[in-house]
Design a binder for this molecule. Sequence first.
Ligand code: HGY
Ligand code: MN
Ligand code: MN
Length: 415
Amino acid sequence: MTPTLGARIKAEVEDWARFSTEEGRLTRLFLSPEHAQVAEAVMAAMTAAGMRARIDAIGNVVGRYEGETPGAPALLTGSHVDTVRDAGPYDGNLGVALPIACIGELNGRGKRLPFAVEVIAFGDEEGVRFPTVLSGSRAVAGTFDPAALAVRDVDGTTLEDSLRAFGCQPGNIPAEARRPTDVIGFIEVHIEQGPVLEREGLPVGIVTAISGASRFRVSVQGMAGHAGTVPMAARQDALAGAAEMVLAIERRAKGHEALVATVGRIAADPGAVNVIPGRVDFTLDIRAPADAVRRQAIADVQTEVHAIAQRRGLTVTLEEFHSQDAVVCDPRLMQALEASVARCGHRVCRLPSGAGHDAMAVAALCPMAMLFLRCGGGISHNPAESITADDVDAAARVFLDFLEAGLPLPAPSKD
Ligand code: HGY
Ligand code: MN
Ligand code: MN
């Protein structure tokens, strides 16, 4: 039996999962050798689908399928191919493989659209290797900050040197910015990474908005000392202080239903069993659908961690290295996507995204919308992430319908 379009897409994404830094688990960081491997596989898939493929100045893979008239404005689509550590295979990658396969279907029928389609495999959405986030999509949107070229990874390698080692010319990044007149909009297909569609019994959903997010590096400075001789009352224990701060952060986030806060990484120095930690560094990720809620939570957390430090004879610094306001999806693109969902026989479900996406950055360039796909138990950023071929097939049919019937968008209503 010929595999369905959905089954082929799912198999392709699972095949890409072998491009990983680590044996037996998926970790693929920006500008790594594994990123180069998946970029090659993506280019091959784009070429096979009848697209012209290239790697841009910041390591994105860009595939273009011309419309009826060469050089026509393009619908942008795509997602990211970098992953978190010990990731599931579908986060980001599905949103690259699915549009490529759909273009392959059109190309197989010799079908050209009234517009071009560009599929972009962004290289730095997760922001795991460098203290940058969304640098690939920001370059396309024209909002990439060149100062980011100087940031370093844990080995001290700058983003600029890593780009050159990857074969990119950082000086050409500004030229990657698309002109608004060259694009129609951006559609990102992505797994939901949450439980709503599974609860609703639906394969796909339409995203309404993406929560704003801030990321911090927090450093707590105490006094290293002998674990056996320093009385408890005389300690400036940076790890005990950090632990109290982490619980205070958790308490603050639990106090507001739409707020989430996460301490994802913590390190104690010098890290010896018999030494009172003199320094602790941890990360803080804090998000909310409403920017004012997130900002107020950040202010409260700063007050609280400084009070804890003072009580314990510690010092604490918080350095914000990423801040992205919430973005709303374009109503007309949403309506066009919803019409495609309905034509494909599914009930329309609208839902917000707590997870961040490249669409947040591309929203600075053009109208954007997102199509979510159900994922098992809402699990993601976890190797247990799962989807079904039937749901991928449903999403691909919606995407194809959108390409063939959803655009160009009707003129905006007069009211
Ligand atoms: O962190 C996020 O929301 C996304 O997975 N980068
Ligand atoms: Mn992710
Ligand atoms: Mn993602």
